[in-house]
Design a protein around this ligand. Structure first.
Ligand code: ADP
Ligand code: MG
Length: 293
């Protein structure tokens, strides 16, 4: 393509809400055959809500919310913000943790009111050899069967509760998947979240292939594996935990509503956080470079 055509294509992209890092990006965009999509914040709104609390016999819902809420209030993760907001709404202002650490892909740990607290995936509790009692196992299974994320709460070496959180699929996501398929692309959902939750979201938007329960540092390996199969991979993401995969992908697309880390690692930014713009970008690249007229 001529420099003029590339400039026109880049300008047209800006009109469509697509920021393109450089003219050479259009060439890689044109060749993509597989689109890996992060779930939380990309296919879904990422705005989580706390829907229910299931406490063990040793405690009550208000105490769970005060302790888990205080710890999560120190984290920027969408799940953490939902837990903190829910806790404030039901129990009032929260304590400040005496100690706090974020454990990427697993949850948070810290000290609240003298208690050693864990909030996150069951796997986080398992690392401390804390098991869920039967009633919490059941609460977790029920939550996940209905497509919600079950977050475990433990303190002082004992599992205390299961919190149910959920976020909504963006109303543009299903149409975006339809458009990507119409362009001959294969969509794959990639997430650190539970398989049951991921399957529910995938079914809602029309994705057949799901890769779930992937640790943040392993997302990049999923992209490499697909590339090793000879695929030309686009990755769409929004989080800090997507940055390495976005950089590894043949084409990285960041949600403009996402983190700076994701935007910096990407070749394209979908300014409005509308997934349909991913399909527009690929169509635009093909047009600009003459595959479609
Ligand atoms: P995703 O890939 O869907 O964007 P992450 O890799 O950030 O998700 O997190 C994976 C899983 O780890 C979450 O679905 C959640 O179960 C758990 N998790 C991570 N951070 C937190 C937190 N601050 N509080 C509770 N759970 C968390
Ligand atoms: Mg995300």
């Amino acid at each position: 393509a001529t420099p003029t055509a590339l400039m026109v294509g880049t300008g047209r992209g800006a009109q469509l809400g697509i920021l393109i890092k450089g003219p050479e990006v259009l060439e890689t965009t044109r060749k993509v055959d597989t689109v890996v999509l992060d779930k939380t914040g990309t296919v879904t709104t990422g705005k989580m809500t706390l829907l229910a609390v299931h406490s063990a016999a040793s405690t009550d819902d208000a105490e769970v919310l005060r302790i888990a809420g205080a710890l999560e209030n120190a984290s920027e993760h969408p799940i953490a913000q939902a837990v903190a907001a829910g806790a404030i709404e039901k129990t009032g202002p929260l304590a400040t943790p005496e100690d706090f650490a974020n454990i990427p892909g697993l949850g948070v740990q810290g000290i609240v009111n003298g208690h050693a607290v864990l909030v996150g995936r069951q796997k986080l509790l398992a690392e401390w050899e804390i098991q869920l009692p039967v009633e919490l196992e059941r609460a977790k299974a029920d939550a996940e069967a209905s497509g919600r994320t079950a977050i475990a709460v433990a303190w002082d070496g004992e599992a205390r509760a299961i919190l149910e959180v959920a976020d909504a699929v963006k109303d543009t996501s299903a149409e975006a998947i339809t458009r990507l398929r119409a362009l001959g692309l294969t969509p794959i959902l990639l997430t650190g979240d539970n398989k049951a939750v991921a399957d529910a979201v995938a079914a809602e938007v029309g994705i057949d292939e799901v890769i779930a329960e992937v640790m943040p540092e392993d997302k990049v390996d999923v992209v490499k594996r697909l590339q090793a199969e000879g695929r030309s991979v686009a990755m769409v993401g929004d989080g800090v935990n997507d940055a390495a995969a976005l950089a590894q992908a043949d084409l990285g697309l960041a949600m403009g509503t996402g983190t700076d880390a994701a935007i910096e690692a990407s070749d394209l930014t979908l300014v409005r956080g509308d997934l349909r713009a991913a399909a527009d970008a690929i169509r635009l690249a093909r047009r600009t470079l003459g595959t479609i007229r």
